[in-house]
Design a protein around this ligand. Structure first.
Ligand code: GAP
Length: 435
């Protein structure tokens, strides 16, 4: 596995991730995804959505607003409880999370001049409408989950869902983290993919264990994360969020150590009950088989897209020596690779070869993510494509002009096969279809 610096440099150099507002010196905890990063991110989100919504009869999706009635966040406990302990160094004025530092000395300047911890609320505040007073305060959502809870009845009734069923959502979340860092691991603006799975009270432990296994399978099977890179552990009671009766944390083996990429919390009826109490609206479920009314319990598999993308990058990174040269390859699974095929002319100053390669790229583009590149020698073009994880390179050479055949090179094995141009699309589609 590479170190963080190597990966950050690759991400910038190859157009995966840039610092937000870089030309102004950036802004801590905010990142921009470049042309390859956005493809990778979309592929991760698509893979998740297919697995948890489209392939299942018991989960439906929503897309709710980022800014909600502020009462939502009072009810959920975020206004009063969503805080981390902050300490500040009186010498260098650096700020830290008290629970993340060891000893009494400032981790930056080494002086013993840290303030006592005080609770710092991480909600981002803004104002709705033209007047900036207390009555117009609103919050950027710190989790997508509440948009699901407040729509529980809307979704259950319009989709005629019977418990157990789930609601899924992908969307932005914002947290004014005291300390950001480790590249895109801890951000102030990030994306979440969350499921609220509603179950009958009393069945939550069984569902909690099922979801733990389901989600671990997704990480290893759909994302191809190696088993030695991922683990799951039950959080100790003292580390549980205010709403959780138990949480499994899925952790990835990052260079900075095992760190959380997904949480699977058993949220009981905490949120729905709080919304009933605060809004005065009934959010009960009526079970027409048992004739019971109850507020369902919730199992919540919740993950961050950015952390997932970082884990996928580390997991896919592979270095090897080929003829005394270092070859870096991002071995993404097929569904995640940002570019499926690159079409490359062997000689960039032979206009007939360039024209044929461009024509082939245009014919493939509507069917698979295709890149055309003629800005370097073929050796460098291959290295570039390997480094961004392109699955196949199709090379057009002098002979192609005569025999109407091209070479397809496989990213992982580097094996090359000669294929008639008329069959390239079909051959690639077959290869892409087979995992
Ligand atoms: N609705 C539950 C919830 O939000 P969480 O453990 O606070 O739970 C869920 O967050 C996931 O969101 C985490 O596992 C992580 O992947 C991601 N996440 C949380 N805070 C993040 C941050 N500051 N930057 C990037 N991702 C974050």
């Amino acid at each position: 596995m590479p170190d963080m610096e190597t990966l950050v440099s690759l991400c910038k150099r190859r157009g995966f991730v840039f610092q937000s507002s870089e030309i102004y010196g950036g802004i801590g905890g905010f990142w921009d995804y470049g042309p390859l990063g956005v493809e990778l991110k979309n592929n991760i989100k698509r893979t998740w959505w297919k697995a948890v919504v489209q392939d299942r009869a018991d989960i439906v999706g929503v897309d709710t607003s980022i800014i909600m009635n502020p009462d939502v966040w009072r009810a959920s406990g975020h206004v009063s409880e969503f805080s981390d302990p902050l300490v500040e160094c009186k010498t260098c004025h650096f700020r830290f999370r008290a629970d993340q530092i060891k000893g009494e000395n400032c981790p930056n300047c080494g002086n013993k001049t840290l303030t006592a911890p005080r609770q710092f609320n991480m909600l981002f505040r803004t104002f709705v409408g033209p007047v900036e007073d207390d009555a117009s305060i609103a919050y950027l959502r710190p989790e997508t989950a509440q948009g699901i809870f407040v729509n529980f009845t809307n979704v259950q009734q319009t989709m005629r869902k019977k418990v157990p069923f789930g609601i899924a959502q992908v969307g932005r979340a914002f947290r004014n983290e005291i300390v950001t860092g480790n590249f895109i691991f801890r951000d102030r603006e990030f994306e979440q993919m969350e499921i609220e799975y509603f179950v009958k009270p009393g069945t939550e432990d069984e569902w909690h264990a099922r979801w733990r296994d389901d989600r671990m399978n997704w990480w290893t099977r759909a994302l191809g994360v190696r088993e030695d890179n991922i683990r799951v552990r039950a959080l100790p009671k003292e580390d549980l969020a205010h709403y959780s009766k138990g949480t499994f944390e899925i952790e990835f083996n990052f260079p900075m150590g095992w760190s959380e990429v997904e949480g699977i919390a058993s949220r009981t009826d905490f949120d729905l009950k709080r919304h009933v109490d605060t809004s005065g609206k009934g959010l009960e479920y009526y079970d027409d088989e048992t004739k019971e009314h109850y507020i369902p319990y919730v199992i919540e598999p919740s993950m961050g897209v950015d952390r997932c993308l970082l884990a996928v990058l580390f997991n896919s990174y592979h270095e090897e020596k080929v003829r005394e040269e270092k070859r870096v390859v991002l071995q993404f699974p097929k569904a995640l690779a940002p570019i499926k095929v690159a079409v490359l002319p062997l000689l960039r100053n032979r206009s007939e070869i360039v024209a044929l390669a461009k024509e082939l790229a245009s014919s493939l583009r509507p069917h698979m993510m295709t890149m055309y590149d003629d800005t370097a020698s073929i050796g460098r073009l291959y290295r570039r494509q390997d480094e961004i994880g392109t699955l196949y390179c199709v090379t057009v050479d002098v002979q192609s002009l005569e025999d109407k055949q091209v070479t397809i090179r496989d990213r992982d094995t580097m094996e090359q096969i000669r294929v008639p141009i008329a069959e390239v699309r079909q051959v690639l589609e077959q290869k892409l279809g087979a995992e």
